[in-house]
Design a binder for this molecule. Sequence first.
Ligand SMILES: [Zn+2]
Length: 114
Amino acid sequence: MHELSIVMSIVDLATAQAAKHEAIAIEEIELDIGCLTSIEMDSFEFAWKQGIKQTILENATRKINRIEGKARCSDCGTYFNMLQLYDSCPQCNSHLAEIISGKELKVKSLVLPD
Ligand SMILES: [Zn+2]
């Protein structure tokens, strides 16, 4: 499952960070997940619960920032909100657009215990 492999890579990253600081747990983790990624939030929730069991993230508070999709039309230059990947420009219907935000998938911050 796609989402589970994402969760596992987040666990790996958090584990590496904690090791660097000799921490045995993560207090809080904040994630940026863009609306234009292919992540299904329901599956992600499910994968999260499975994936963090007995890891450094097991008791961490999790925050998720959903980043809205924004794009700029390559033909007419209009900026618009993109709800789905490959939405066309509302001005000229062009399908060529430069995506400005919404494809984020990253750990924004990790809080380690004092
Ligand atoms: Zn356009």
